[in-house]
Structures are given as structure tokens and as C-alpha cells.
Design a protein around this ligand. Structure first.
Ligand SMILES: [Mg+2]
Length: 236
């Protein structure tokens, strides 16, 4: 298996959800509940990435913006052919269920804390999330990881979120590093696009929300199946 030569890098940027924090169970349960309640015909595996994005966007935007954008937000494949108002009801129900499960069902991936601790001894570490930076701060705090990260960039710190590379470039600028001196680790197609456009080394973890074959089509520099493989890649 491929290994990363850490000597080539000075900084590592982590996405939060799907890389450090595992929200898959909460999303799966929210989807199951919605399928039961509304009898939507959805293949949860295929729809998971879309649903994760939808939840992220609903979570971030103020209500007026969600309402104004709701038509576009709900143009998702898994709700195709359903009337707009039913879509809205399903999305709101799913979001509420997700929030209900989030705290109890979510934790950090096994072993990721040790990897972060080891990497932090030699490299600068940052978080780049499409969620609020405060959300990332709270999770890092909860799992005693705050001290390892010098920089946290959320959607509130950039004008364009991922797949736009702005967040990555902002972190590189702060660190005074060139793209080839940094790694970005993400779990979604939007992460791959952002990493490739920023020209950093893009590692993708197929940790559950997006399907591996979909991620593969977007050509990350390295694609691993799970956290265990991610940890092995660094060989620490
Ligand atoms: Mg993610």
C-alpha cells in the first residue's frame, strides 16, 4: 500500500465531518425515519452524500436564506418527482431527526485522535469545514483535540465554501506555505474538487457518506477506504 512521505509536507488540513467526526449513523437513522414516515423510494447508500450536503446547507444558512433557496436546495435526486411542499416537509423532518440523533450517535473515528496528536508534533494542522467554525471548535473541545490545531476555517470565514478552494488557499496563506507543501484530507467530492483546484495533495477517505466509486471518478491523489487505512498511510 501507498505511504505518504511526511518529509515533503509542512501542513495538513483536515475536513471535520466524515474525516474526524463520524456523523454517518445520525444521517442514516434520519434517512430511515424519513423513508418510513413519507414512504420515499430512496436507496440510502446512493443518496447519502446528497443528504449530507443538504443537511449541511440547512444547518448553516439562516432561515430566510433557506426559504429563498429552498427550490434549488431541494433539487436533489433522491426527492425527484415529489411535489415541492412534500419535499420541504421531508427535508425539515429529516433535519430534525438528524439533530435528534447527532449528539448521542456521533463520535470521532477510532484512532484519529492518536494520528492527529502524532502529526501535530511535526506539522501545522488546520480544520476546514463547510460548517460553522464554532461547530468545529466545540467538537474539538469535546474530544480534547483543540490544542493540536492552529487554524480553524468554517463557512463563516470564507466567501465561497468548498468545492471552491478559497478556504485551503486562506490557510496556506496564513501558514506561508506553497500548495505542494500541504495535504488536504476530506471525504466528499466537494473536498476533492477544492483540493485539486488548490493544487495540494488530496487524500480522500471513503468513510461512508459518499460512495467510493463516485469519489474515485473525481480522481483524488490518494483514496483510502476508511480511517484505519488513512492512519496506515502516514506510517507513524
Ligand atoms: Mg466531510
Amino acid at each position: 500500500m501507498e505511504k505518504i512521505n511526511l518529509d515533503n509536507y509542512k501542513g495538513i488540513i483536515f475536513d471535520m465531518d466524515g474525516v474526524i467526526f463520524n456523523i454517518s449513523e445520525a444521517i442514516k437513522k434520519a434517512v430511515d425515519d424519513s423513508v418510513d414516515k413519507y414512504q420515499v423510494n430512496v436507496n440510502p447508500d446512493e443518496a447519502m452524500e446528497e443528504i449530507a450536503h443538504l443537511i449541511e446547507e440547512i444547518q448553516n444558512y439562516p432561515v430566510p436564506k433557506i426559504l429563498l433557496n429552498s427550490y434549488d436546495l431541494l433539487k436533489v435526486k433522491f426527492l425527484e418527482g415529489i411535489s415541492f411542499f412534500k419535499k420541504l416537509r421531508i427535508a425539515i423532518f429529516m433535519f430534525n431527526q438528524f439533530n435528534k440523533y447527532k449528539d448521542a450517535e456521533s463520535s470521532i473515528y477510532e484512532g484519529i485522535d492518536k494520528l492527529i496528536s502524532k502529526l501535530s508534533k511535526h506539522k501545522k494542522l488546520a480544520i476546514l469545514t463547510n460548517n460553522k467554525s464554532q461547530y468545529a471548535e466545540e467538537i474539538l473541545e469535546k474530544f480534547n483535540l483543540s490544542n493540536y490545531f492552529s487554524t480553524i476555517v468554517g463557512f463563516n470565514d470564507v466567501s465561497e465554501v468548498k468545492p471552491n478552494p478559497e478556504g485551503i488557499l486562506k490557510i496556506l496563506d496564513k501558514w506561508k506555505l506553497k500548495p505542494n507543501e500541504a495535504i488536504f484530507i476530506g471525504d466528499m467530492t466537494t473536498d476533492i474538487e477544492a483540493g485539486k483546484t488548490a493544487k495540494v495533495t488530496m487524500i480522500c477517505v471513503a468513510s461512508g457518506l459518499a460512495q467510493k466509486e463516485t469519489l474515485n471518478k473525481h480522481n483524488p491523489d490518494i483514496l483510502v477506504d476508511n480511517t484505519e487505512q488513512l492512519i496506515k498511510l502516514f506510517n507513524l
